[in-house]
Design a protein around this ligand. Structure first.
Ligand SMILES: *Cc1c(COP(=O)(O)O)cnc(C)c1O
Length: 389
């Protein structure tokens, strides 16, 4: 078979002389693990992140590239980068767009760790992040300064679910030459077409709907055009944001069932929302498809669907103790962060005093793939056991 007589078996363990045949055509992409990329000739050696070739595992393997290309295809992007999580994707956007002295506008309703990143790490680097009313729309123009280098959107907002007028914000920002980045995690990159609405950079926590099974952490950053693609690529490389090809393979598998999961999650969430609206203890249900959701008209105009996440605000008499009993009394809904998987989740935000959460205790629900009737029964028993003031 193989002629390795002249080679010590120690060497053969590391450098075998056998080769499997090429041409295995499975339905799923192969998982390529690797740090070093082997060059044939010294003249071929390069050290960059260009996506038409491979130089180092950190800057892309066939598996990570496959996921990046698939996300770009889905979102209609010029190109995408994969990051170790949604939070790393957010950091990548800041560092690609800003430098010391930059001013950034971030909606009040943004993902909590994004706001913490702004007030902690970025403030120390001389980057000023100013919160703005997520419903500002075209009025955002009055907040833009000569040193504004980035406007963030996140729609609907985390927890309080305000749907933003993204096209109006984009128009105002572009008028001043400022790029707009959107955290498009809620829409899974598909229910809101970021680039058709003029957004420059779109990101997703792939951890949520693309992964879909609560077993991986990944993010993506997509650029609408070549200019931001270049800037993001160079920054992505310098930050060393490598990702595991195994996790990327799980995300690629998640993509195959994304459509059916989203469809089912949308229908189940709306069913549970309908029940919540009829409960006396619940003052308000914050779901983009409901006419009284802040920014509902924008959702109606710009989105092609809703997903699994919504919040409820209790009547003023239903205090923090009642809310704690309610949350801890749930059996099917598990108490935990994140969302977009197959399991229903709950999280309370007792100290959240912004937007609709000023009126009462706010609880966020993530609907999973359980039967809606069972979820409703679970909510009913927890509500009955929580008492009210
Ligand atoms: C979860 C989440 C993130 C962060 O994603 P990780 O993968 O957990 O880092 C960012 N933005 C939004 C809106 C999220 O819900």
């Amino acid at each position: 078979m193989n002629d390795n007589k002249k080679q010590h078996w120690h060497t053969t363990l590391v450098q075998p002389q056998v080769q499997v045949p090429a041409g295995f055509k499975a339905l799923v992409p192969a998982i390529h693990r690797g740090s070093t990329v082997v060059f044939e000739r010294l003249a071929d050696v390069q050290d960059n992140w260009r996506q038409d070739h491979y130089t180092y595992g950190l800057y892309g393997t066939p598996t990570t590239r496959e996921l990046a290309l698939r996300i770009a295809e889905l979102e209609g992007a010029h190109g995408s980068f994969i990051t170790p999580g949604g939070q790393a994707a957010i950091l990548l956007v800041y560092l690609a767009c800003c430098r010391a002295g930059s001013h950034v506008l971030l909606p009040d309703s943004a993902y909590g760790p994004n706001r913490e990143l702004a007030t902690d790490l970025l403030a120390g680097l001389g980057i000023e992040v100013e919160p703005y009313d997520p419903l500002a729309g075209a009025n955002i123009a009055t907040l833009i300064r000569p040193n504004t280098h980035l406007v963030w959107c996140e729609s609907p907002g985390s927890i309080t679910m305000e749907v933003q007028d993204v096209p109006a914000i984009v128009a105002a920002a572009h008028q001043a030459g400022v790029p707009v980045a959107l955290d498009n995690t809620y829409a899974a990159g598909v229910y809101f077409d970021a680039f058709a609405h003029g957004v420059d950079i779109s990101l997703q926590a792939l951890t949520k709907y693309i992964g879909g099974h609560s077993d991986l952490l990944l993010g993506s950053v997509s650029a609408g055009g070549a200019q931001w693609f270049e800037r993001l690529g160079a920054t992505h490389r310098l930050l060393g944001l490598g990702v595991s090809p195994d996790d990327c393979a799980l995300a690629l598998r998640g993509l195959e069932t994304l459509a059916v999961r989203l469809e089912r999650l949308q229908a189940s969430a709306l069913e549970v929302v309908g029940w919540c609206k009829q409960q006396q203890a619940i003052a308000r249900v914050l779901h983009p498809a409901l006419p009284d959701c802040p920014g509902h008209d924008h959702w109606q105009r710009d989105f092609s669907g809703s997903s699994s996440l919504f919040s409820i605000v209790f009547q003023p008499g239903f205090d923090q103790a009642c809310t704690t009993r309610f949350v801890e009394g749930l059996r099917l809904f598990k108490l935990g962060f994140s969302w977009g998987g197959t399991t229903s989740l709950v999280m309370a935000y007792p100290r959240l005093a912004r937007g609709p959460a000023r009126a009462g205790q706010l609880v966020r629900l993530n609907i999973g793939l359980e039967a809606p009737a069972d979820l409703i029964a679970d909510l009913a028993q927890a509500l009955a056991g929580a008492g009210s003031a």
